[in-house]
Structures are given as structure tokens and as C-alpha cells.
Design a protein around this ligand. Structure first.
Ligand code: PLP
Length: 383
């Protein structure tokens, strides 16, 4: 099996699993309990908060654990909206993950106007458009750090500058970047940031929201006084410990790992682009996640390529993993100006920690043949 779908989710690192194991049984007390066992669980939880704060360069009391990226995005947008009643405009981008887009759409029910900033053909947000739209009625601007489908990295610092001139909150969905590239919330102008452990070899079902001190938001769930009263419910201690361990590993290994993975990704692009004519690279040529390769293959459907690769034990993705159950063309690629046929003919390879050169060479060996076979069957293809 060759797994090249790391942007959908990653295998949990065995060091993370090992760190989590004691917290399922031996140290399984409720961290809110005042007995010694409870203290131990609390200590582990706070240790993970410290590890994450170190990775983001934030304070510990600016971290709120959530069930993942989706909940963090929901909390940022709904939480800030419900905490005030003056500003009624939300700005986001056309290429956000559905966790942000659908949440913004939902806020229309409560009288909010939603504006989507367009992107250029590389997937970079239009800063002039943003500048024109941010005004005194705008509550929050939610623009992702890097796109999950094409990997394009957005200019966070410039966005932060524009947003703050109007006293607006800047939220970024950094689910695809935390643990992969360095982030410093002190210098990047970010007020709120969403992340998810399962995108950087941590466990699924755990994430966090960073909230700059002083930014007001209402909780999504009400109950006990967990997470400073901002997220009720007994904490997922094993998951939080796993997230903390994934952060520690990222702090130590992120830079070397990024270089190694970039080489694999570039080897793959070189290998397939030399062998397959009429192949288009989607996303920014340089300002892009080191692990992500999204291509459009003319005359061929992404789903057909996926199935053929799958039959050979190679797992990739067409469009976002979260939407690949449906056959709608990717909203990201359409927003970048790709015609429908090229959007439908897209494939995303995303590499990660456990990939090797042999994996890449195997894909280079089999993928061109798959494309050729499918093209021969296409009524539009003239070799
Ligand atoms: N935001 C982005 C950019 C993502 O890629 C994903 C997952 O695919 C999410 C949010 C949702 O995160 P989670 O799966 O932790 O809810």
C-alpha cells in the first residue's frame, strides 16, 4: 500500500500512540477531580497545552482544546458573532474548507452578511478586494493559512495588517499548516487559529483553537467550567496527550521533515510531468505546502484515475477528501478559474512522514500507463 493522502488524514505516529496509552487505563481519572489521580490527568493535559503553546508561540491561556478543526472553525466564527451585536459582516475566502464556508452560510440566518474574497489562478486571495471590503461593520475575517486541496499558502501577515486597520478579528484555519511549517502567532497578526492533530501524525478527534487574549467569544457548548468556561465537557485526555506529543515531535523534526518531503513531492512532479503530456500543476509553484501536488489531467476524470490507482494499492484523492463522496467539481479549483473539465480531471497526491522514494517511483511507474489507458477511452482525446 502506498498512502499519498496525508492532507485528508495522517497515520498516528507510534510515539504518539505510546504516549497516549497510559491515559486510557492507568491514568484515566477525570482532570477536574481533586484527588491525586485527577491531578495526574490535569498535569498531562496542561503539559500538552504547554507543548502546543510552544509550537504556536502563544500563551498557555490562549489555547482551548476542541474535538478538531471543524469545531475550532465553528467556535471562532459563531463564538465571536454571538458575543456581540454591533457588527454584521463576515468576510471569508472562496477556497475555504467547508468547515468555514458552511458555518459562514449558517450565520446568514442570524442577519450576518457574508462576503467571499476571490483568489487568483494560483489560489492566492485578492488583497485589494479584501482592503475594499473590510469596514467598520465587519466583525471577523476568516482566511485559511494553506489550502487543503492545492496547498497554496496565503499571505497571513499582509491580511492581518489590512484587517487590523479596522479593528476586525482575524481568524485563520491553519489545519493544514500547524506541525508542517513554523507559525508565530505573536508576529503574524492572527487573533484566532484553528488546528487539528490528525493532520500532523496526531490522533483523530482532537484539535484546538488559539484565541489571542482579549478577543471575546461565546462557547458553543454550555455545561461545566472546562477550558475556562469556553468549552464544556470532560476533556479527551488521551487525545490531548497525543496532540501534545505530536507538537513536541513537530518542534524537533518539522524543518528536516519538510525538506525531505519536498524532495519526494518534487520527484513525483518531475517524474509524471516528463511522462504525461497535457498535465497541469494546480496551486502556487513556490508558495505551496511542501507535501502537496495537485494536478489536472486533460481528457480524464479524477475519480477514474483514483479507482485505477486504488486497484494498484496507491491511495490519493480527487478534490478535498471531505467532498470526494460527491461528484461536484472542486469549489477551490473552480474559484481558481479552472474550467469544469480540468477541475473534474484533478488529482491530489499529498505526501508525509512515512513515504519513501520507492513509493514515489512506483507511482511514476504506474500512473502514466493509467492515464494513457483512460485517455484512449475518452471521446475527446486525439493522440
Ligand atoms: N480545515 C481544513 C483546511 C481541513 O483540511 C480540514 C480537514 O480536512 C478541516 C478544517 C477539518 O478538520 P477536522 O477533520 O479536524 O474536523
Amino acid at each position: 500500500m502506498i498512502y499519498l493522502d496525508y492532507n485528508a488524514t495522517t497515520p498516528t505516529d507510534s510515539r504518539v500512540v505510546e504516549a497516549m496509552l497510559p491515559y486510557f487505563h492507568d491514568i484515566s481519572a477525570n482532570p477536574s477531580s481533586i484527588h491525586t489521580a485527577g491531578h495526574k490527568a490535569r498535569e498531562a493535559l496542561e503539559g500538552s497545552r504547554t507543548a502546543l503553546a510552544e509550537l504556536l508561540k502563544s500563551r498557555n491561556d490562549e489555547i482551548y482544546f476542541t474535538s478538531g478543526g471543524t469545531e475550532a472553525d465553528n467556535t471562532a466564527i459563531k463564538g465571536t458573532s454571538f458575543a456581540q451585536d454591533k457588527r454584521k459582516k463576515i468576510i471569508t475566502s472562496a477556497i475555504e474548507h467547508h468547515a468555514v464556508l458552511t458555518t459562514c452560510e449558517y450565520m446568514k440566518k442570524f442577519g450576518f452578511r457574508v462576503v467571499k474574497v476571490p483568489v487568483d489562478h494560483y489560489g492566492v486571495v485578492d488583497l485589494d478586494f479584501l482592503e475594499q471590503e473590510v469596514d467598520d461593520n465587519t466583525l471577523i475575517v476568516s482566511i485559511m493559512h494553506a489550502n487543503n486541496e492545492v496547498g497554496t499558502i496565503e499571505p497571513l501577515e499582509k491580511i492581518g495588517e489590512i484587517v487590523h486597520r479596522h479593528g476586525v478579528i482575524f481568524h485563520t484555519d491553519a489545519v493544514q499548516t500547524v506541525g508542517k511549517i513554523p507559525i508565530d502567532v505573536r508576529t503574524s497578526g492572527i487573533d484566532m487559529l484553528s488546528l487539528s492533530a490528525h493532520k500532523f501524525c496526531g490522533p483523530k478527534g482532537i484539535g484546538a483553537l488559539y484565541v489571542r487574549k482579549g478577543v471575546r467569544f461565546d462557547p458553543l457548548s454550555h455545561g461545566g467550567h472546562h477550558e475556562g468556561g469556553k468549552r464544556a465537557g470532560t476533556e479527551n485526555v488521551p487525545g490531548i496527550v497525543g496532540l501534545g506529543k505530536a507538537c513536541e515531535i513537530a518542534l524537533d523534526e518539522m524543518s528536516a521533515e519538510e525538506k525531505r518531503i519536498r524532495k519526494l513531492r518534487d520527484r513525483l512532479w518531475q517524474g509524471i510531468s516528463e511522462r504525461i503530456p497535457e498535465l497541469k500543476l494546480n496551486g502556487h509553484p513556490e508558495k505551496r505546502l511542501a507535501n502537496t501536488l495537485n494536478v489536472s489531467v486533460k481528457y480524464v476524470e479524477g475519480e477514474s484515475m483514483l479507482l485505477q490507482l486504488d486497484a494498484r494499492g496507491i491511495f490519493a484523492s480527487s478534490g478535498s477528501a471531505c467532498t470526494s463522496g460527491s461528484l461536484e467539481a472542486s469549489h477551490v479549483l473552480l474559484a481558481m478559474g479552472l474550467p469544469h473539465d480540468m477541475a473534474h480531471g484533478s488529482l491530489r497526491f499529498s505526501c508525509g512522514r512515512y513515504n519513501t522514494e520507492r513509493d514515489i517511483d512506483k507511482v511514476i511507474e504506474v500512473f502514466p500507463g493509467i492515464v494513457e489507458k483512460l485517455r484512449v477511452m475518452s471521446p475527446l482525446y486525439r493522440p
